[in-house]
Design a protein around this ligand. Structure first.
Ligand code: DP6
Length: 324
């Protein structure tokens, strides 16, 4: 009996220009492009073994045998890989994150990016970075951005074929630090997949999408020129726009906790006083506070002293997904 095994490691990422809402939910084709930074210290490690003796796929997530929606999602993704390889084998998947799952720290991005790499390798497929990113997108949209290294853009694309992510700049291009103020480690009540499907019901989504090309351009330029103030301005605006859409969809999604607002207001005040720092929130209450490495010690200490902040995680720009 032959066993086909591989292990992939991939970072989470934080979006400066967000994607929220899909043109096609099944294909995970986004309604806008997005730009993110990989987070080096927050990663998923996914091992899998295709085993001819298995009758169906199994999933062990963070040490627990897992069924339900998480397993169904992994099975649907593995079906794509099996079809590509022409090998109808089932797999045992073991995945672990070193950070809270489902709390707005892109756990699905890291996990599906690592799974894409491990699964294709185990079945003997040698995909290019672009092909891997394109495939990872089908597992979780933001996972396509955890395949390339550093600062990454996901182009929305005209069709399935050209919707994938690529590096705008390597990790060592700019030593930004993401100080993540953890205000809750609970999984979010409404997951991203469900949230994307609601985005179009917000009367604000149309306006948000209309301005996206301009914000993408401003963000790209700010990264390439290492212009911190320009990045701060466009990233905070983009985060507010996404959360405005979330709050006004029909079912309103309010991902913030009281402490999220405490952190946002504090960061704004610090920046007014000359400390280079800005915030952005994904689909969860934890607040990502970005600053140059030279300010990270001070930002971390200030965040840690705020009421409601349970702990602060720190990450620098991370590499792309890799096999181990
Ligand atoms: C708010 O990529 O997690 O983080 O495809 O359903 O897994 P699924 O969605 P996901 O959505 C993340 C959206 C976001 C913003 C972003 O990362 O661009």
């Amino acid at each position: 009996m032959s066993y086909l095994t591989a292990t992939g490691v991939a970072c989470a990422n934080i979006a400066f220009i967000k994607y929220w809402g899909n043109r096609d939910d099944r294909l995970r084709l986004p309604s806008t492009g997005s730009i993110s930074m990989n987070l080096d210290s927050l990663y998923a490690r996914t091992s899998l073994t295709f085993d001819p003796g298995l009758k169906s796929d199994t999933l062990d997530l963070n040490g627990h045998p897992t069924g339900g929606r998480a397993l169904t999602r992994v099975q649907a993704f593995l079906d794509l890989v099996r079809d590509l390889a022409g090998k109808p084998l089932h797999a045992r998947v073991v995945s672990e994150n070193n950070f809270p799952t489902g709390a707005g720290i892109a756990s699905s991005a890291a996990a599906f990016s690592a799974l894409s790499l491990a699964a294709t390798h185990a079945l003997g497929l040698e995909l290019s970075e672009r092909e891997l990113s394109h495939l990872a997108r089908r597992g979780s949209g933001s996972a396509c951005r955890s395949i390339p290294a550093g600062f990454v853009e996901w182009q929305a694309g005209e069709s399935d074929a050209d919707s994938y992510a690529f590096s705008l700049a390597r990790p060592d291009h700019w030593d930004l630090v993401d100080c993540i103020a953890i205000v809750s480690s609970q999984p979010k009540p409404v997951g991203s997949s469900e949230g994307h499907a609601l985005a179009g019901t917000s009367p604000l989504q149309r306006a948000r999408l209309a301005g996206a090309p301009k914000r993408l351009q401003a963000c790209r330029a700010a990264i390439l020129e290492r212009d911190f103030n320009a990045l701060a301005e466009v990233a905070e605006l983009d985060s507010h726009l996404m959360h405005a859409v979330m709050m006004t969809s029909l079912r309103p999604l309010l991902y913030w906790a009281p402490a999220s607002i405490t952190v946002m207001q504090a960061v704004s005040a610090w920046r007014k006083d000359g400390l280079p720092a800005f915030y952005t929130l994904d689909a969860g209450p934890n607040v990502h506070v970005l600053c140059p490495a030279s300010a990270a010690g001070q930002v971390e200490a200030l965040l840690g002293a705020l009421p409601g902040v349970l702990k602060v995680l720190k990450a620098h720009p991370g590499d792309g997904a890799r096999l181990v």
